[in-house]
Ligand binder design. Structure first.
Ligand code: FES
Length: 161
């Protein structure tokens, strides 16, 4: 079909889109596509889940044979429970250096990982541990003691029995 200059264009032969307009439309389409794919991608991201934390409190019955100053370590707990003439107390056995479980002994506590030593009251006697072992809250019950690993108390806090 030939177009005569000055004659109106047919609907079947529309005026060509100027290059500038075509580039503008192309950039609009690509920006819209990018936002659509970003939205779809964000919908596929894992969702945050709220999981109930395991209770950090537990009950412990001290054996009658437990001697004064001797540590009682309940199974599967990082806590040493003691009884002396002033009462019952619990000290965390989590090393304050990098979190290894320390071993209670007659001289206090010893960390197997990097050699830190702690006195029987949890104070640091040899580094690299930067802080003393934490004392934990103990609540007396009916013949038992409730120890809360999530709550610390000032060193020297004992529950009288
Ligand atoms: S974790 Fe105990 S000394 Fe490093």
């Amino acid at each position: 079909m030939t177009v005569v200059p000055g004659s109106p264009r047919s609907r079947l032969d529309p005026e060509p889109l100027p290059r500038r307009d075509w580039l503008g439309l192309a950039s609009l389409w690509s920006a819209g596509s990018a936002m659509l794919f970003a939205l779809l991608g964000s919908m596929r991201l894992p969702k945050a889940a709220i999981v109930a934390a395991q209770s950090k409190g537990f009950d412990v019955a001290l054996p009658e044979s437990l001697r004064i100053g001797e540590a009682f370590v309940p199974p599967n707990r990082a806590v040493a429970v003691f009884r002396d003439a002033e009462g019952v107390y619990a000290i965390s056995t989590i090393c304050t250096h990098l979190g290894c479980v320390v071993k209670p002994g007659a001289e206090g506590f010893e960390c197997p990982c990097h050699g830190s030593r702690f006195k029987p009251d949890g104070a640091v006697s040899r580094g690299p541990a930067p802080r003393p072992l934490a004392w934990l809250k103990v609540t007396p019950g009916d013949g038992i003691f409730h120890v809360d690993e999530g709550k610390t108390v000032p060193p020297g806090t004992k529950v009288t029995v």
